[in-house]
Design a binder for this molecule. Sequence first.
Ligand code: CAA
Length: 259
Amino acid sequence: MTNVLLEKKGHIAVATINRPKALNALNSQVLEDLNEMVEQVKADEEIYALVLTGAGEKAFVAGADIGEMSSLTKAEGESFGKKGNDVFRKLETLPIPTIAAVNGFALGGGCELAMSCDIRLCADSAVFGQPEAGLGITPGFGGTQRLARLVGPGMAKQMIYTAKNIKADEALRIGLVNAIYPVEELMAAAEKMAATIAKNAPIAVRACKKAINDGLQVDMDQAIVVEEKLFGSCFETADQKEGMSAFLDKRKHEPYQNK
Ligand code: CAA
């Protein structure tokens, strides 16, 4: 992988989209490396949380590669959309928590990539948008779906129909990001949050992610059953026994074992 770098730091990993000369634009090669990165993270039981960011000073990801898309046929366009959607869905359903550290432009496919993560933190210099309608296309890597679910259909439609970018403070106001940091503090903040997550019982954290994600796909009667099953499954873990024993013994729990 040259277009996506993966670095492990204890129980967290940092993945960096690495095509800074093109503002990390997503061409087929970057999508393939992103897919490979997600596979590697999924297979590594020692990684409990993932931070995703972009290389360089300017961009998280400035979108899907316009050069590659410019001459696509209808069938090729659909297939390129599927390629991105499949990878982003794989990222979204990665069992561990994911944090997008948005260090600059997050446009089109970049905004869509950030929305495929569980949590979005951004730099004060970050810019978000779905400029596709201005280029003659729709968002193609899940933007019409995830933006409407995250910020509500009204604001999503405004952003997508007008194709106008928004700055970090507006992204915070509409709930597209959780927090804004000075650009030089962003990665430390994202890694600190990932490390905080990684200190909690990993099986329980993964069950929380699954409960929230799966529960949102069904009605409330079914959703609470999703939670009950996952809640119950935690009582088979050594980490639950240690966590609750430590509380009752009024001591700090031992580091969790992911068991
Ligand atoms: N695709 C391909 N190349 C891109 C790119 C993209 N999405 N975004 C930037 N680049 C390239 C530029 O072509 C340029 O390359 P050269 O140096 O070889 O000319 C390099 O990155 C630097 O970009 P700029 O010179 O344009 O930098 P800037 O600071 O003047 O502007 C910007 C930055 C406002 C982000 C501008 O680059 C821009 O508007 N980029 C396109 C944003 C966009 O429309 N994204 C949506 C793409 S469509 C999509 O993503 C569809 C989907 O949902 C799947």
